[in-house]
Design a binder for this molecule. Structure first.
Ligand code: ATP
Length: 196
């Protein structure tokens, strides 16, 4: 999957709409302290479905919404859109993934204008061997964390690079459905036994 464009509105310090074109190859973000470098990377991870407010350096997810400054009032919503390109059967296919959060209303996702569940977004990225925790997104301190990672964590990185992370999600889903079905069968046996 190639990430092509990030568009932010009301996300953390990016109160006004901002477009970031992501060119092929390695992208680095440089700038003075506090200019919003980490916020950009967090916006990317957030659109991919990041659910931990703490890892977005907030107490709650609404903390990603522009909180206001001495001269500008706070916003009621934040929206980030990510344009991504994948190889499909008929050549490259573009998808636009949008996540939006409104105060008091939580997050909503869209893919190509269609309302979808968070899980659909997770699967889209997991199947493309990427996602909010992808080792391809290298934040400050991350390099040290990769070096110090435990073997299980390294395995997760390799599995993601190999593109099988999505299979794990589907396997967990299938196992949960199997357990629910087994519980239903047991219940059915009990009902039948009661009637005989
Ligand atoms: P450093 O190089 O010091 O790590 P950085 O370039 O990575 O800095 P960020 O941490 O991305 O900078 O941005 C910090 C700025 O974002 C701070 O000025 C902070 O006040 C602002 N900020 C964070 N959350 C919000 C928010 N919800 N509303 C408004 N501004 C915010």
């Amino acid at each position: 999957m190639r990430l092509k464009r990030l568009r932010l509105t009301g996300f953390k310090s990016f109160v006004d709409p901002a477009d970031l074109r992501i060119e092929p190859g390695l992208t680095g973000v440089v700038g003075p302290n506090g200019c919003g470098k980490s916020n950009l990377l967090e916006a990317l991870r957030w659109t991919m479905g990041e659910n931990s407010a703490r890892s977005m350096r907030g107490a709650g997810m609404e903390d990603v919404i522009f909180a206001g400054t001495a001269t500008r009032p706070p916003r009621d919503f934040a929206e980030v859109s990510l344009l991504a390109e994948r190889d499909g059967p008929d050549g490259a296919e573009e998808s636009e993934i949008v996540r939006r959060i409104e105060r008091g209303a939580g997050s909503a996702y869209r893919i190509d204008g269609r309302d979808v569940r968070a899980r659909d977004v997770h699967l889209l990225f997991a199947d493309a061997a990427t996602g909010p925790h992808s080792p391809a997104l290298v934040s400050q301190n991350r390099i040290g964390a990769v070096i110090a990672a435990r073997p299980t964590e390294r395995r997760a990185m390799l599995e993601e690079a190999a593109g099988i992370a999505g299979l794990h999600v589907r396997r967990r889903d299938a196992e949960a459905r199997l357990r629910a079905t087994e519980a239903n069968l047991t219940r059915l046996d009990e009902v039948l036994a009661d009637q005989t």
